[in-house]
Ligand binder design. Structure first.
Ligand code: PEP
Ligand code: MG
Length: 328
């Protein structure tokens, strides 16, 4: 099978009906970037910048950050890379910040993490902004903020970048050719204010890992709960379908970057509700490209509409049956 996927490397993922689906990969380390050429993914839809912070025993200095981001952009060779600003705190504690976190957090996933932490630790956000802006000189920089709960958080984070950009401009340093800002949708509350949020964004990526744990109030790290909810449950799929509808009429790229998108039946369901961009684990790129080439969007859209209006007793079984009938 691996050989078959290697053959798909240079094949663009068009559906049977001729729609191009964007299949990107998730990454977090310099070494992950070799998978881009190996899989033929369309780019990096989620670069988890916190990995560098997590493997380091001290706060990574600006020059180290800049070097990593430059290397990543070089390795991408012109394909887009979406850098997510740090998502540390919560279960991703780092020694040089953990005393603060231990003090604050009884429920780390709901706690002082990601943008919430970065906006208060202004030095952290500033140094990351400067590093990203410098690393992308002369190129396109895509920046994505994690755990945005309300639009003002997006504005405040972007302001940090604007200030650093001003500073670089005054110093007559080379600037990125274009800067595109986006947000992750992983806090359910944000879905209720899309009309206010979306005019500010160029792209949005749905983080179904966190979104699911928040929707079901079920800790994603607790194995006792792993069987208790399903990504293919009507609650999740209806929620996501509503988000897709909420983005209509707005000029933004909407993607899903949670693990869900790398699984066959889940990817099928996502395309059935209108998702056209996925960012997934590199090992899934081949299998998902293969899936894309077998499907007809009108067919899966009609099937999903029926199932969401009136859910079958077992959505997973229904999708599996639907796929096997069509030899997908
Ligand atoms: C997510 O929450 O779905 C996501 C992609 O981000 P992470 O897994 O890094 O929290
Ligand atoms: Mg997340």
């Amino acid at each position: 099978r691996q050989a078959a996927y290697a053959e798909l490397r240079d094949v663009e993922p068009f559906t049977r009906c001729g729609t191009r689906i964007t299949v990107m990969m998730n990454a977090g380390l310099r070494d992950d970037m070799s998978a881009l050429a190996m899989t033929g993914a369309d780019g990096v839809g989620l670069f988890r910048t916190e990995f560098q912070f997590l493997v380091s025993s001290t706060l990574p200095q600006r020059d180290r950050q800049t070097r990593l981001y430059k290397d990543v952009l070089d390795a991408a060779a012109g394909k887009p890379v979406i850098f997510r600003t740090v998502d540390i705190g919560g279960d991703k504690a780092v020694p040089y910040l953990s005393s603060d976190i231990a003090e604050h957090d009884e429920n780390p996933a709901l706690g002082w993490r990601a943008l919430r932490l970065a906006l208060e630790r202004e030095g952290l956000m500033k140094s990351q902004a400067r590093s990203l802006l410098e690393a992308a000189a002369g190129r396109t920089l895509n920046v994505m903020f994690p755990m945005v709960s309300e639009p003002w958080e997006f504005d405040t984070a972007k302001l940090v970048f604007d200030e650093q950009l001003d500073w670089l401009r005054k110093q007559r340093k080379p600037l990125p050719e274009e800067i595109r800002y986006g947000a992750m949708l992983e806090v359910p509350a944000l879905a209720e204010v899309l009309d206010e949020l979306l005019p500010r964004l160029k792209f949005m990526s749905i983080g179904t890992n966190d979104l699911t744990q928040f929707l079901f109030a079920a800790d994603r790290a607790n194995p006792k709960l792993a069987e208790r909810y399903d990504w293919l449950s009507p609650a999740i799929l209806r929620f996501l379908a509503r988000v897709v509808r909420g983005t209509m009429g707005h000029e933004i790229d909407l993607a899903v970057c949670g693990e869900m998108g790398g699984r066959r039946l889940e990817a099928l369901a996502l395309m059935g509700i209108g998702i056209r961009r996925l960012s997934i684990t590199p090992a899934s790129v081949g299998p998902i490209k293969e899936l894309v080439r077998k499907i007809d969007l009108a067919e899966i859209t009609a099937a999903m509409q029926g199932w969401l209006a009136s859910p079958p007793p077992d959505m997973r079984a229904a999708l599996r049956h639907w796929a096997s009938e069509r030899e997908i």
